[in-house]
Design a protein around this ligand. Sequence first.
Ligand code: GLA
Length: 725
Amino acid sequence: MIGFHSENKIFHLSGKGYSYVFFINEWGYLQQLHYGGKVADDDLTYLKVFDRKSFSPNPCDISEDCSSPDLFAGEFGSFGQGDFRTASAVIRMPDGARMSRFKYKSHTIERGVRKLDGMPCVRSCGEEETLSVILKDAVSGVEIKLNYTVYEDSDALVRNVEYINPTENTVFLERAFSFCIDLQSDAYDVLRLPGHHNKERMVECAPVGHGILRISSERGTTSHQMNNFIALLDKDCTETSGNCYGFSLIYSGSFALLVEVGQTNTTRVQGGISDYGFQWKLGSGETFVAPQTVMVYSGSGPDGMSVAYADFYREHLISPRFVYKERPVVINNWEATYFDFDTEKLSGIIERASAFGADTFVLDDGWFGKRNDDKSSLGDWFVNEEKLKGGLDVIIDDCKKHGMKFGLWIEPEMISENSELYREHPDWAIAKDGVEPCRARHQYVLDYTRREVVDCIYGKIEKLLTGHDISYLKWDMNRHVTENYSAWLSPDRQGEFMHRYVLGVYALAERLTAAFPDVMIEGCSGGGGRFDAGMLYYFPQIWTSDDTDAKERAYIQYGTSMVYPLSAMSCHVSVCPNHQTGRTTPLLTRAAIASLGATGYELDTQKMTKEDCETAKRQIIAYREISDLILRGDVHRLLNPFKGNRFCMEAVSKDKKKVYVVGEEILGESNEKIQRVKLRGLDPDQKYLFRETGQILFGKTLMNAGLVLPNLPDFGSWTWHFDQV
Ligand code: GLA
């Protein structure tokens, strides 16, 4: 899996379907040779391009007749060393100088993967191997450890960087990225997932060009606006063919991912914690650990990449306690009531929902403090007994009476000005004296860089979880961080604020999940504003978007499936006209789209007709039958709604015996042109029963001849089931 060839100093990392090869060149710099499909253990140094000169300087020890680090494909970009592409790290020394000469010092190859203290990271399966290459900066004396973890059965390559200060001096890291690679071509398209609130993770794909493409968030969270994932696709890549490279950060705060085409047409991809305003004080003997990145190579386009990410995140990131556990079908009261509810109203919702088969009631915003709108009480995590007579236990008992479990909404990182917590600790809100802080949704963000703040919120949640029978928490985060400053950090540590905030969030998540291992926590941030691999480490599922419209959701879930498994997406059926778009779509379509994830309902069940309740009952029974495919299966995107009028996705069991297909006609057309859809991932030589028609067809027929799509009205949908016979 990881080989080092001492004669030519080549490292050859090989996973399931890829090789990653680099070597230590004659001047001690790491140089990339190949990343892509598998290669033999040949001496690939014949690929090194070293004879170019292009007005690029050499560090003094590289002779004038060879190339500059500016021109070759490297593994880590240095600053002030003749490589003018963006550096992967910038280190400021005590005299203010910033320049590095990072050269090979040593390496180790060990079994296992490094666990990152206080940060989400991939789990060990005991079989993986980690290469750690130490580079020493001849100027500052700082060392960096480049870690590469290879799993034999996966196309994922896990990387991060540790910044170690063995010197007597304090230095400042002004940028400390997690990974860097120079791909040796510029013929790529870059796929990214931008969006906004109610429209997260839209698929955008455009050619790279010279210069720098930076996708980032400076919001203290991953954000709705840009997911912390990027993929480079060969120009001729289709959904199912061609080389495709994914980069996904296991991180939940401000980030940057950069794609930069250099003068010799190499494409540098690198990133990690955003460097805007970042500065980390690294004292003598200290180490700074950058978050992990999961790189995936696929030779079969985004299709293969998504399957590899889903497998890897299920097997090695999401908590094994929940990852394959059947998820509760929830009924959530947010869109049913907003803040306007009492025990009786909730009881009515619960009763109806239990009758059609929901198994967990989730009480959303508005149950605590004096919260009757969004202007107060965040931080006061005790029940509003005026509103909920008898407290939470009355509702919990009601749920139990109906055979249901109980879940609770909470927004632990926030504080309202009008709250007991704020009156007691006004200095806990992020702010700087003399500067009026920005408000968003009338709320402030708590200063999670302070341990006592995290401890206090932990205490409040602990009290709720020990005092009541709660099986589920929905952890929300409804605004972004603006004033990145804490009066509790010294001036030379203010640049650490954004990352320390995220570490505070992780500390709380870590403590809660350790103390209450049976409580499943769903992540949320104004919908899908913090949908990332960092959160998935703690929360097996995340509310995908506040937009529950069955048309919009098709696009959102399509984009999200690029990186994240279906089971990570929490998807609800809501009422029509839809509260976000005003659109009316058939209940069948809403349920079909919501079935491609951890499904639930979010509407006033008391206002449902008898017929709709019967439909919901059938939907939940049908969902339970395919839920295993959602939890464990492979996902394939069959029709791209960003490129046509139809959406279609498929989930196939790993043993290829069961297949579930969901499609949606976006806008109906009269005499629409005939279109076929070809299934994927079936066993070509086995026969399948097409349940909806009774036909028996071979896998190869379904995959190569396909099926004719129905011609449906606006937002019409189809669900197909195939069982191997
Ligand atoms: C966010 C969530 C919603 C709901 C509200 C409550 O917007 O995404 O699902 O919980 O907060 O205020």
